[in-house]
Design a protein around this ligand. Structure first.
Ligand code: FES
Length: 189
């Protein structure tokens, strides 16, 4: 039986079990086309990735050393309010006394904070109902029925772990991505 080769198209075309010459040319063309497309795509994709400068600009460093227990500060993260609050022993106890599984948006205080820093509550200052800025982080502001934050727009109450407890908001205040970069500094984003 004649061997199917590229040099002998008549034989190759008649060999249904092997790769026909036309197929080979098509496969080769597609392969080169694929490589060409990838070499065009890669610079495009690498240009679309954010540069280190852009990533740095989108993170926020907050010095938390001056925040006393029971105090909070308002910062800005990606143009939105950010609350950083140091909880008192009592606020921690109140948060831990709640059975998290009974909450609308179940979460423990440990899950809302970082290990070893459960007294430091870092959340966005944006109500999860329709986006108002809740009260409770500023000096003298009311903190609602659960001692955390209160959104006056439609009456959402958050507790000392920023969990929704009453009112129309569906979720706890959002905890952004952040890390302690030293004992006194957090980097958000
Ligand atoms: S926006 Fe906060 S309760 Fe509606």
């Amino acid at each position: 039986m004649a061997e199917a080769t590229i040099d002998n198209p008549a034989v190759a075309d008649s060999d249904e079990g092997g790769v026909r010459r036309r197929d080979f040319i098509e496969i080769a063309a597609v392969s080169f086309g694929g490589v060409g497309a990838l070499s065009v795509l890669y610079p495009l994709i690498s240009q679309m990735a954010p540069s280190k400068d852009v990533l740095a600009a989108s993170s926020t460093e907050v010095d938390v050393s001056a925040i006393e227990p029971g105090q909070a500060i308002k910062a800005v993260f990606r143009k939105q309010p950010l609350f950083v609050r140091r909880l008192t022993e009592r606020e921690i106890e109140e948060a831990n006394a709640v059975d998290a599984s009974t909450l609308r948006d179940p979460a423990t205080l440990a899950e809302m904070t970082k290990e070893g820093h459960t007294d430091m509550l870092v959340t966005m200052g944006v109500c999860t109902h329709l986006g108002c800025v809740p009260l409770g982080a500023g000096e003298g502001e009311i903190k609602g029925e659960f001692g955390g934050y209160f959104c006056p727009c439609h009456g959402s109450h958050y507790d000392t772990a920023a969990r929704i407890r009453k009112g129309p908001a569906p979720l706890n205040l959002e905890v952004p991505e952040y890390a302690f970069t030293s004992d006194t500094t957090i980097t958000v984003g």
